[in-house]
Structures are given as C-alpha cells and as structure tokens.
Design a protein around this ligand. Structure first.
Ligand SMILES: [Zn+2]
Length: 301
C-alpha cells in the first residue's frame, strides 16, 4: 500500500513573478503527515493551504487566498508536487507569486528530484471516481470518469491559424509527467500580451518564460510540436490538486481552463456519491485507448 510522502530535505530557487515582474524566493520544505500542501507567505507570516476553500481567482493563473493574503500562479508547482506523489510539503515564498521560472513545471520537477522523497507513516488515500462528474459550458467541457490510475485526455481549439486543434492523452505517472508534461511552457498570444501589459499584468513575462504566438509564427522554438495542449494538461493537474488527494480516474477536457478545472474540482467534492476514498487505486491490464467520440472532433484540425 502506498504511503504518504514528503521531501527528504529542503530545496529552493529564486525567480521572478510573472505578473509583478519582481524577484521571489521559493523554498520547498518537508512537512508532517496529513498537513497537506501548504503555501507560506514568509514576508507577511500567513499560511495558505492548497485547498479549494482557499481558491480566490483563476483568471490568467490560479490564486489562493487566506486572511486577505494571496499567493498567485500556484498551479505549476502544485502540478509537479501532485504528479510526483508529494502529499505533504510546505511551499515557502517571500512575495505574492510563485516564481514563473521557465514557464513550465520542469524546474520544480528538478528541485523535487534534488530533494528526494521519503514515505511518512500514514497510508495514502486516493479519491477514486465511481461515476462521471462533468461541467459543460457552451462548447467547453471537463469531466472525470472512472478509470484506473490517473489519466488525462485534453483537447484545445483556438481561433488562431497556428493553434486550431491539439489533442493528447497521457496516463499520468511521475515518469510520464516529468518527460512529457512538465517541460511544456505557458503560452500567450502576442495580441493578448499587449493587453495584459496595459492592465499591469504579465510584467515579468518574456520569451524566457512563455511561448508567444504571433500572427504568423511562434516567437520562440517549441519544446514539443503540441506543447500547448501539454501545458493545459499541466495546469489541469495543478488545479485538480486542490481537491487535496490524488485522483484515481480519467479526466477529459475540451477547450477548458482554470475556471472550468476549479468548477469540476468543486463539483466532485460536492457529489459524494461519485467517489470513494481507497488505498489501492491501481488495477493492472487496463489501458487507455483512443476515444472515438472525441477523436472525431479532431478531424476539423
Ligand atoms: Zn500554466
């Protein structure tokens, strides 16, 4: 039976906040069993649990808040902690944002590998999906279905010639996450970058930490041909981590984003008949195959 895990030792890094453009130091620290993932704003001395109760905004990034103190852009570090199987840890920052680093979760994966993980003397509980739970908004949806382990199928479609349609399915393990999902960077459209800047946002954004999509080409070299859909998976894993337990089930998303991911997480917890807490989520011999209903839509790409 898998046990809860924390870090073997403290690790840290420094980077800039995407929106403020200011330097921020981040430390990942071991924590006691069942304390969960918590952020600590060292500059103001407030702890903010990574839970749905703390969720404040999810516009361009996911922001958590407690006692009027917030921490922004939490989704990439949460995604890495969650996918690598860290149940209990303290994420200490000395400012209002988690550093954006290269815009992906790869630097957090490297930090966690550097820290190493150790088991805690408490058995891990998984939230196993028993019945479908979904949120549909117009042409967008997110849903969780029963499944073994945790897998994600994500489809994006934008009104842009370079980014009409991408779809991907991964069975999420610490290995597949580190190799296939974590390196995918945040992206933005050139036309939106200018609007964000005018609104005083994305002041730290640059080609060092985001893929920028111009009208006729990408302003930087891609890490994967379908880096964009992979990054959406990364975000979804980080947002669903706010449920507070690893999910055993299959996530499907079409043209979703932070708001829909969060709405799904809320609906899941508010639908207790749709899930059960289990200590053995895996059953072998079950592969994730192509899903004809969604595959048909990709013919419009
Ligand atoms: Zn992101």
């Amino acid at each position: 039976m898998p046990y809860r895990r924390t870090l073997k030792r403290e690790v840290g890094c420094t980077g800039i906040g995407l929106h403020t453009g200011r330097p921020v130091q981040l430390l990942l620290k071991p924590a006691s069993a069942e304390s969960g993932i918590r952020f600590f704003r060292k500059d103001v001395g407030v702890e903010i649990p990574a839970s749905l109760e703390s969720l404040a905004y999810f516009d361009h990034a996911t922001t958590l808040q407690r006692q009027g103190v917030s921490i922004s852009t939490v989704e990439h570090v949460l995604s890495a902690l969650h996918a690598l199987g860290v149940d209990d840890a303290l994420v200490e920052v000395n400012g209002p944002e988690v550093p954006i680093l290269d815009g992906s979760a790869a630097p957090f994966v490297i930090l966690l590998h550097e820290a190493g993980l150790r088991p805690l003397p408490i058995v891990r509980q998984y939230l196993k999906v028993l019945e479908p739970v979904e949120i549909v908004r117009g042409t967008k949806f997110v849903r969780l279905l029963p499944g073994e382990g945790f897998s994600v199928k994500y489809t994006i479609g934008f009104d842009h010639p370079l980014l009409r349609h991408q779809t991907r399915t991964f069975k999420v393990t610490s290995e597949s996450f580190a190799d296939e999902i974590a390196p995918a960077r945040t992206f933005g459209f050139m036309r939106e970058v200018e609007a964000l800047r005018r609104a005083g946002l994305a002041l730290g954004g640059s080609l060092e930490n985001a893929v920028v999509i111009g009208e006729s080409g990408f302003l930087n070299k891609l890490r994967f041909e379908d880096e964009f859909v992979r990054h959406k998976m990364l975000d979804a894993i980080g947002d669903l981590a706010l449920v507070g337990r690893p999910i055993a089930g299959h996530l499907e998303a079409l043209r979703a984003g932070h708001a829909l991911h969060a709405a799904l997480a809320h609906k899941l917890l508010q639908t207790p008949e749709a899930w059960a807490l289990v200590t053995q989520p895996h059953q072998p011999h079950l592969e994730i195959g192509p899903q004809p209903s969604l595959a048909a839509q990709s013919s419009t790409a």
